[in-house]
Design a binder for this molecule. Structure first.
Ligand code: ADP
Length: 189
């Protein structure tokens, strides 16, 4: 809730000044806190919301936070949905590369460095998660950040009871685990 309040404080006004609805939807079953690097996570969400405001002329920006359980692992999902210009299918992978923009005419119109999404993808990877994109040119885009949900030992999420002791997830190149109050991240050999 603190994180979402900060995002609202920073981004609601710029969105409303463009005539956009600004909505935050939060799953009531989310635990009040989880282990992550809040500064980096905030930076990533702000990058996505700033882009959503920049590339949307009418409609809404919706930030949705939900719980996900896949293959026995609990995750938290942050979605940033806009009703903006969208991104062509063939550009959807490229925009995560450094200094890459989907459309050179919009780049002249809006400026920007083409670095925000590259940095966001890198940071989310370092936090043990990943980023997903669905987009329809002319209709809008949804960027999603999916992170492992590490809870304090006595906390529960609605979808599962975290067992006492260890909890771990596998990412491409890391083992990430939680023992009591200690978050362990180990590079795979
Ligand atoms: P920047 O916004 O500084 O150009 P980013 O890495 O944040 O750099 O974004 C790269 C490109 O991806 C943008 O230039 C734009 O073409 C496209 N893009 C990012 N977010 C959106 C969005 N919400 N809607 C449409 N296009 C987007």
């Amino acid at each position: 809730q603190d994180l979402l309040a900060e995002i609202r404080d920073l981004m609601e006004l710029p969105a409303r000044e463009k005539g956009l609805d600004f909505v935050i939807e939060c799953d009531p079953n989310l635990p009040p806190s989880f282990y992550t690097d809040p500064m980096r996570l905030r930076q990533c969400i702000l990058n996505l919301v700033s882009n959503a405001v920049k590339f949307t002329e009418k409609g809404h920006i919706t930030i949705r936070v939900s719980l996900q359980s896949r293959a026995g692992q609990d995750r938290v999902r942050f979605e940033v949905e806009d009703t903006g210009m969208g991104i062509e299918r063939e550009k959807q992978d490229l925009i995560f590369d450094s200094f890459t923009q989907a459309d050179h005419s919009t780049c002249r119109q809006f400026g920007g460095t083409g670095l925000g999404l590259a940095i966001t993808r890198r940071l989310i990877g370092l936090l043990g998660g990943h980023i997903e994109l669905t987009s329809e040119p002319g209709a809008g885009s949804t960027f999603s950040l999916i992170l492992p949900l590490f809870l304090e030992p006595n906390q529960t999420s609605s979808e599962s009871l975290m067992t006492e002791g260890t909890e771990s997830v596998e990412t491409d190149n890391r083992h990430i685990g939680c023992i009591g109050n200690i978050l362990l991240i180990e590079n795979k050999a």
